[in-house]
Design a protein around this ligand. Sequence first.
Ligand code: AR6
Length: 205
Amino acid sequence: QIPTVTQLYASNRLRPTSSPAAPPNPSYNDKISLIRHDITKLRVDSIVNAANESLLGGGGVDGAIHRAAGPELLDECETLGGCDTGDAKITGAYNLPCKAVIHAVGPVYFRTKREGRHTQLLQSCYRKSLQLAVDHGLKSIAFSALSTGVYGYPSGEAAEAACEEVRRFLESGRGDGLEKIVFCNFMEKDERAYEEVIPKYFQPA
Ligand code: AR6
């Protein structure tokens, strides 16, 4: 089971912050979850891969997803013609326990920060991925910590951008069809970052 924000407050794993960025909305707290896990093992409708513009695989979570899904995933990715940074494309999940894989291309931190586009591009990945899930009738979506590995995005800044965009998406009503949005981290530093940032956007009632 993947604990929701509501449950994480109840168990004291999340603590309220003194500097909230948005008013509390308890209905969101039942939709948002945080877990430290191998994303390829999650039984959710969709998982979000941290891909590159070629969509032809790579290391990190991308490599893990392609290995677990099997070679047919690459066959399908080859038909997609790549993907721009900040955008996302959806494929089947093949041997994975989820139903679909959303491949998002996060920004390379140092290059895009120089141009002042890093936040906007990372948030675009979250928004496009959420919209793809909604458009395909998928009820749950688990995000890997996009850009925080090889692409060098600092964990805290990435968690902030992600939570802000997810909150905005839910607030606009576009996420009404979604039942579960999971932040799936692999490294302790990323999970810590989410434990600090989530309370700013998803507060206890
Ligand atoms: N499950 C969940 N998260 C994972 C897993 C896993 N099995 N393995 C790693 N992570 P990265 P990026 C986390 O480097 O920074 C690839 O080569 C990891 O700890 O995979 O967006 C692509 O092909 C980190 O927090 O992606 C691109 O070329 C997060 O996944 C490039 O890397 C993302 O780290 C993309 O770089």
